[in-house]
Design a protein around this ligand. Structure first.
Ligand code: TRP
Length: 377
């Protein structure tokens, strides 16, 4: 098994999620918190009951403040390095659900600057245009434009800068070196960038001129930013941001998360549905080399990306999921059939997403924070 690496810029190897809880010092999401969410939202979500979202910091504090009528908001974001794939949608789908069920404002940050600074090969024009491309995917998920406020770092820096410099003054080079692993050959843009991702935690408080507690639904690799944010929040007069952390959607290969660095193992939202179908039919599974052996020995759904897709996104019904699990284990369900069913569901999902994404172009402006602020003046 390849060694596990989990940083905001690189996720590699077989991921041990319990270990991450220990390394990052976050808390596991308890049954009580899942039940409380269900009660408040009036509905369960499979991401919670199946622990796709599985860890947190102060999620309990956030829910308490929400139920007491205190000021709260959601914050999440995207580093627009390339096209959006299914894995990116996981935190967004959950954020959309929270927005809808709890009636919350969402602040969404597109960090074109971060991706430009990190990737040697990308121009700022590329990451900036990707930001607006990726925004179409966000809109396609059905976020409420009146409650969803998007900023693109390089175009909207004025909205963040005054907070960011105050944040930056609190963070030393030695802190970012140890938290993010920066070295003396890391460019200085990267050294400043965390101030922008952190500043966004405090933007709702500034805009609304009250103390707003933000909850950040995001994949767990973003946690290092939030550690630093929480360390300095109080000294700047802001509440510590709360987090709810998700696991990664696995890639279609034998190991690791869905990743743009391995395009054949990722399903992009803009892939033609036939290609989506083909990618899934070519996926790695935990099956045996021959059908006869599969019938005799069964497969291993616990280590199979195809099963993970059913569990994380494409099988809502708990009983059907369990049946699939057992039929795989006892050799009744062969991988070809299991993949074909999944391929159909995913291709259909992508087709619908593309239809909504096509319409999103017309309403981009209504999501941009700068447009809203301008028209308020
Ligand atoms: N750094 C994130 C990325 O590379 C982008 C991002 C900015 C983000 N703010 C966020 C992600 C808040 C999650 C939550 O994708």
């Amino acid at each position: 098994m390849a060694q596990m690496t989990v940083t905001p810029w690189e996720v590699r190897g077989a991921i041990d999620y319990d270990r991450l809880i220990e390394i990052f010092g976050v808390k596991p999401l308890t049954d009580d918190l899942v039940k409380l969410t269900e009660k408040i939202a009036g509905e369960n979500h499979l991401f919670l009951r199946r622990r796709v979202f599985y860890a947190h910091r102060d999620y309990d504090v956030f829910l308490k403040r929400y139920t007491e009528g205190g000021a709260v908001a959601l914050y999440t974001g995207r580093g627009p390095s390339s096209r959006v794939h299914l894995g990116h949608l996981v935190p967004w789908i959950f954020t959309k659900w929270l927005q809808e069920r709890l009636g919350l404002e969402l602040y969404f940050q597109l960090t074109d600057d971060e991706k430009f600074l990190y990737h040697r090969e990308y121009s700022l024009e590329h990451t900036n245009s990707m930001a607006y491309e990726n925004l179409l995917d966000l809109i396609a998920l059905g976020f409420d434009p009146s409650k969803t406020h998007v900023i693109v770092d390089s175009d909207d820096i004025a909205l963040l800068y005054k907070i960011a410099v105050r944040v930056a003054k609190k963070i030393t080079a030695s802190v970012v070196k140890s938290v993010f692993g920066f070295t003396d050959s890391t460019n200085i843009g990267m050294y400043f960038f965390p101030s922008l991702q952190i500043a966004m935690c405090f933007l709702p408080s500034e805009l609304r001129r009250e103390v707003v507690l933000v909850l950040i639904p995001a994949a767990i690799d973003q946690d290092p930013y939030w550690r630093v944010a929480r360390d300095i929040a109080t000294s700047l007069g802001y509440p510590k941001p709360a987090q709810i952390h998700s696991k990664f959607l696995p890639g279609l290969g034998p190991e690791g998360k869905m990743s743009s660095s391995k395009p054949e193992t990722a399903i992009y939202t803009t892939d033609p549905p036939e290609q989506v179908y083909r990618k899934i039919m070519n996926a790695f599974t935990s099956g045996q080399p021959t059908a006869a052996m599969q019938r005799k020995l069964g497969g291993n759904p616990d280590r199979c990306p195809v099963f993970a897709y059913y569990a994380m996104l494409f099988e809502e019904d708990d009983k059907k999921l369990e049946e699939r699990y057992h039929r795989c284990r006892n050799g009744e369900l062969l991988c070809g059939e299991c993949k074909r069913e999944l391929a159909e569901r995913v291709a259909k999902f992508i087709e619908e997403h593309q239809r909504r994404r096509g319409k999103a172009k017309d309403i981009v402006e209504s999501f941009l924070l700068r447009t809203k602020i301008r028209s308020r003046r």
